[in-house]
Structure formats: structure tokens, C-alpha cells
Design a protein. Structure first.
Length: 134
């Protein structure tokens, strides 16, 4: 397993006067969608396609449902989803109101095993890998 990257030239948005630099940007093969997950689950378990689809659909429906109820959604060793907010600072507790919220975000925090796996993955040039396979 490896992380693939491409090299792109970009300007620093915080310092537009500075010259452009080259950055490594991660590049994926493609997105894995619901149907791909179902087919893979059927291939690697004793579940039928309908059973796998029911399980996947329930998971996809459950995550937003429980997040909207204020829960953190823990997915075993994979990690967890959580909603966080960022707000402007207020001088007093009374001034700290919901209209000070600047941003709401859905965050996924990878579990320890996944973080370890990612940190141990090799990194390869996406373009070079494509040239070798042709």
C-alpha cells in the first residue's frame, strides 16, 4: 500500500508577493462508492448483496442521525465522527452567544491503528507509477 502524489506549483495565499513553490499533493485512484463497498463486502463475507446493502445503508443513515442528536459516532478502531464549532471570543460569558459561531465542521478522527498504518505507508510519485504500468 502506498500514498501517491503529484507535484504542483502554487503560490502561498498568505503571501501573494512571494514566488511560487512546488508542493507534493496527494492523489487518489478514484472514490470507492456504496456499490463498490457492497460488492466487496459480498465477496469477502457470507452476506448476500441485499444484506450487505442493508448494513451499508443503515450505517450511512445512522451517522448523520446520531451526530444531529449530539453524539460522537465511534466506528470501532477505525475512528470517530464529531461535530465541532469555532466561535469568536467574547469578553464576558453573557456576550458568548450562538451568533458568535463562525463555523461548524464535521471532523473524522482516525483511530490509533489507522494513524499508524498511514504513517507507515510508502509514498510514490503518481505520474512515475503510471509511466511504469504502460
Amino acid at each position: 500500500m502506498s500514498i501517491r502524489y503529484v507535484i504542483q506549483q502554487r503560490k502561498n495565499p498568505r503571501d501573494p508577493a512571494a514566488g511560487s513553490k512546488f508542493y507534493l499533493i496527494s492523489k487518489t485512484f478514484a472514490a470507492v462508492d456504496r456499490n463498490f463497498l457492497i460488492k466487496d463486502m459480498v465477496k469477502n463475507t457470507s452476506l448476500t448483496a441485499n444484506e450487505a446493502a442493508t448494513g451499508i445503508d443503515y450505517l450511512f443513515d445512522s451517522i448523520p442521525k446520531f451526530l444531529s442528536m449530539g453524539f460522537t459516532v465511534q466506528l470501532g478502531n477505525l475512528g470517530y465522527f464529531n461535530i465541532i464549532i469555532n466561535s469568536e471570543g467574547s469578553d464576558t460569558k453573557k456576550e458568548a452567544t450562538v451568533d458568535k459561531i463562525k463555523r461548524r465542521r464535521l471532523v473524522f478522527v482516525a483511530g490509533k491503528e489507522i494513524r499508524k498504518l498511514i504513517n507507515e505507508m510508502q509514498v510514490e510519485d503518481h505520474d512515475e507509477k503510471d509511466k511504469q504500468s504502460k
